[in-house]
Design a protein around this ligand. Structure first.
Ligand SMILES: [Zn+2]
Ligand SMILES: [Zn+2]
Length: 246
């Protein structure tokens, strides 16, 4: 828990860094910059992660992850070679390959634990499991004609030395450029400024971001008569059984 005054300090700190609390959009030439916010970072399997981080240091965990990957590859290769040489029954082959996936899952899990370690490690006083996320994360998106980048800035406060560490990263959000709608789909759109129907066209490739199970598509429209620009965002649930970004 943090005292109220500490939050006020943090707010000043964020203001100093010129972060805006509310969503905003700036435009220069064809590049749009959006500033918004996302939720605090969630870590799954917290208790197991805490146990492993307390029991082992970072180096050992990294080594464990590598050993599990090697074990997985060795088991898969062993099964394949054995299958080719001795014509093992198909069922045993499938069983061997499936079993070789188990160490791979362990390795991925340790990667997840290592991420928790990195987030909670204080780079100032060197203590592990010391930092907690504070303040509001800042989401910054820049969209150019063919380029779309996104960064999430989070603030981590050490409960021992009080240091606030600001870290920037992709924030587990997948981004991509989408495809423009076929012109026929734009025929019925009305310009919000001049009321022209069928005068609107997309002037930029849409941006797509995936946060959790949600896909947000941002489209850029411009009226060919009055030049009015309209940026629209639509959300859809992600069905993982169909490939993303079709
Ligand atoms: Zn510290
Ligand atoms: Zn118009």
């Amino acid at each position: 828990m943090y005292r109220q005054s500490e939050f006020i300090n943090l707010e000043n700190y964020l203001l100093e860094k010129k972060y805006l609390k509310n969503n905003s959009c700036e435009q220069s030439l064809n590049a749009h910059t959006f500033i918004g916010t996302v939720g605090l970072k969630k870590h799954r399997f917290k208790s197991v992660s805490l146990f492993l981080i307390n029991a082992f240091d970072e180096k050992t965990l990294k080594r464990m992850s590598k050993v599990f990957i090697l074990l997985s590859i060795t088991m898969a290769l062993g099964t394949a070679i054995n299958f080719l040489k001795t014509e093992t029954p198909d069922l045993l082959y499938v069983l061997g390959i499936t079993t070789s996936m188990v160490p791979l899952i362990f390795s991925l899990f340790i990667q997840h634990v290592l991420e928790y370690h990195r987030d909670t490690f204080c780079r100032k006083c060197g203590k592990k499991l010391a930092c907690e996320e504070v303040g509001e994360p800042v989401l910054k998106e820049t969209s150019d004609r063919g380029d779309y980048t996104l960064t999430v800035t989070r603030h981590w406060k050490c409960r021992y030395c009080g240091n606030i560490d600001t870290r920037e990263g992709p924030g587990d959000i997948f981004i991509n450029k989408g495809e423009m709608k076929p012109i026929i789909h734009l025929k019925s759109i009305e310009c919000k400024k001049c009321g022209g129907i069928g005068t609107v066209k997309e002037f930029k490739i849409p941006d797509i971001k995936e946060i959790g199970n949600k896909r947000v598509i941002r489209r850029y429209y411009k009226c060919t008569i009055c030049g009015h620009e309209n940026i629209s965002e639509s959300e859809e649930a992600i069905n993982r059984s169909v490939p993303a970004f079709r």
